[in-house]
Design a protein around this ligand. Structure first.
Ligand SMILES: [Zn+2]
Length: 234
C-alpha cells in the first residue's frame, strides 16, 4: 500500500507543478522602443475533476436511496455477528442495518462493516414508520455504543463522517436527508450525546479507495490505510 500512497503523492506533485514555470523574459532590441503588446493572458487551465473515491460501491444495482438514518446499538459492545444474532431473534432476516461502526469492543474502533443489506442493496429493518419510507429508502448506519450515557469515540466519528460524506455525494442527498432514528419514531436513538448536526454536515472523503471497504485516509501526521473485512453473514 505504501507504493500506492507514494504513487499518489507523485501524481499530486506533478499536478501542482503544471503551470507554475516562470514565463520567458521579454527582450528589447537597442533603443527601439518595444511595441507594447497586450499583457500575456494566463493559459486556460481547467479545474481538476473532482473524483470522489467510494470504497463502499456495491456490485449490486444501487437502490434509490433517499435518506441516511443514524443509530446507536444502546449497548457498550457489539459486532455485526452479535447484532445479526439479536435481530434474527426478533424474527428479522438478519442484521437490520446497512453498516455497523465498531467502538473497539466486539469489532475495531472506527471499523466500518457493510452488511449483506448493503452488498445486495436491499431494504433495511431499522427505522419503522407508518409507510415504511425509512426502511425502504433509508441507509441504516449504526454505531456501537450507548450515546445516552457515553460519547462516540474519535475514531467512530471520523469513520461515520467519511461514510456519510461519500454516501451523500454518491446518492445526491442533502444534509437534511441525514437524520437520527428519533426523527422517525419516539426513541432516544442515537442518544443525546450523538452529534447529529456535525455528522449530517460533514464533507470529508477518503484519499484513495481500494477494494470494497478499503481506503486510505489522511491523518494529521500520516496516511492511514483502513482495511475492512467483508462480513459474509447472510
Ligand atoms: Zn435506532
Amino acid at each position: 500500500m505504501n507504493r500506492i500512497v507514494r504513487l499518489f503523492l507523485q501524481v499530486l506533485s506533478v499536478g501542482s507543478l503544471a503551470g507554475c514555470m516562470p514565463s520567458p523574459m521579454q527582450s528589447t532590441v537597442g533603443s527601439v522602443p518595444a511595441i507594447q503588446s497586450p499583457a500575456p493572458q494566463p493559459a486556460f487551465r481547467p479545474a481538476p475533476p473532482v473524483v470522489v473515491q467510494n470504497p463502499w460501491k456495491p456490485d449490486a444495482v444501487a437502490r434509490k436511496w433517499r435518506h441516511i438514518v443514524l443509530h446507536h446499538t444502546a449497548s457498550s459492545a457489539g459486532s455485526v455477528e452479535s447484532v445479526h444474532e439479536a435481530h434474527i431473534g426478533r424474527g428479522w432476516d438478519g442484521i437490520g442495518y446497512h453498516f455497523l461502526i465498531g467502538n473497539g469492543k466486539g469489532m475495531g474502533d472506527g471499523e466500518i462493516q457493510p452488511t449483506f443489506r448493503w452488498r445486495e442493496q436491499i431494504h433495511g429493518a431499522h427505522a419503522k414508520s407508518p409507510n415504511n419510507e425509512y426502511n425502504e429508502y433509508g441507509i441504516g448506519i449504526c454505531l456501537v455504543g450507548n450515546f445516552e450515557e457515553a460519547d462516540p469515540s474519535d475514531a467512530q466519528l471520523a469513520s461515520v463522517k467519511r461514510l456519510v460524506s461519500v454516501l451523500k455525494h454518491e446518492y445526491q442527498l442533502t444534509d437534511s436527508q441525514v437524520i437520527g432514528h428519533r426523527e422517525v419514531k419516539a426513541t432516544a436513538c442515537p442518544g443525546k450525546n450523538f452529534p447529529i448536526g456535525e455528522i449530517s454536515r460533514s464533507s470529508v472523503f477518503p484519499v484513495l479507495a481500494g477494494q470494497f471497504g478499503t481506503y486510505v485516509t489522511e491523518q494529521p501526521s500520516a496516511f492511514q490505510v483502513v482495511k475492512v473485512e467483508r462480513s459474509n453473514l447472510r
